[in-house]
Write a protein that binds this ligand. Structure first.
Ligand code: 13P
Length: 253
């Protein structure tokens, strides 16, 4: 059965002491007090991967993720990080196609398909982010956007490779805005995502793929979102920067 996952995306936030405190507080609580089955993934800025790995490493159920990766294995790409580098300092997962990468860095589905291939070839689990903009939602294009992002970015994979992926639905209009999709709005898209996976790969792969919701997840709305049948956890931005808030969100799972 698919996993329940609370992923925190720190984005480009926190100074080194703050990152250390936050990772330590979450690890301490998760390893000593948490009784549930949800897994935790921390997607941290690249300069903090080693540091956070030293804190969480060896603790069962809590994993480290990069926020982005270059599609090539190595070479003259100043400023970029390779999948092998990210894996080499302890990451097991990596975000791909976050809407901020799509929007500000021009990443498109064809490029993201290559990044997914590189991560899988390196043994890292891609967390593939998809989601429509407000303009697309208002134009009634939500499901079509989701279909093309999912199929163009990931449906080139054979079933066993696709089965490694985590999918994150993050409506762009809900990211960092304080406006959350209602549980019903999110569930509608999550069910659609699962139906697309089923159409491509069959019921078993569809039933076993974790599909996370992201976009203004907070302690106050997490439980209602996670109660939906096709929402398997959250990809949390702002609320993952405060240990008490992120812990409450993990508990809501
Ligand atoms: P917020 O939770 O801050 O809206 O960010 C969501 C997000 O983009 C997580 O990847």
């Amino acid at each position: 059965m698919r996993k329940k996952i609370a992923a925190g995306n720190w984005k480009m936030n926190l100074l080194v002491d703050e990152a250390t405190s936050l990772a330590s507080a979450i690890t301490e609580w998760y390893s000593k007090q948490y009784q549930g089955e949800a897994e935790v993934i921390l997607a941290v800025p690249a300069p903090y991967l080693s540091l956070v790995h030293a804190i969480i490493g060896g603790h069962k159920g809590i994993y480290l993720a990069g926020q982005n990766v270059h599609q090539e294995a190595s070479g003259a790409y100043t400023g970029e990080n390779s999948a092998a580098m990210i894996a080499g300092v302890g990451a097991t997962h990596c975000l791909v196609g976050h809407s901020e990468r799509r929007q500000y860095f021009g990443e498109d589905n064809a490029l993201l398909a290559k990044k997914i291939d590189r991560l899988l070839a390196t043994g890292l689990v891609p967390i593939y982010c998809i989601g429509e903009s407000l303009q697309q939602r208002e134009a009634g294009q939500t499901l079509e956007v989701i279909r093309s992002q999912l199929s163009e970015g990931a449906f080139h994979l054979p079933a066993d490779a696709f089965g490694q992926l985590i999918v994150a639905y993050e409506p762009v209009w809900a990211i960092g805005t304080g406006v959350t999709a209602t549980p019903e709005q999110a569930q509608e898209v999550h069910a659609y995502i699962r139906s697309l996976i089923e159409g491509q790969y069959g019921p078993s792969v569809a039933a076993n793929t974790s599909v996370l919701y992201g976009g203004s997840v907070k302690p106050a709305n997490a439980a209602a979102l996670f109660a939906q049948p096709d929402i398997d956890g959250g990809l949390v931005g702002g609320a993952s920067l405060k240990a008490p808030d992120f812990i409450q969100i993990i508990q809501a799972l």
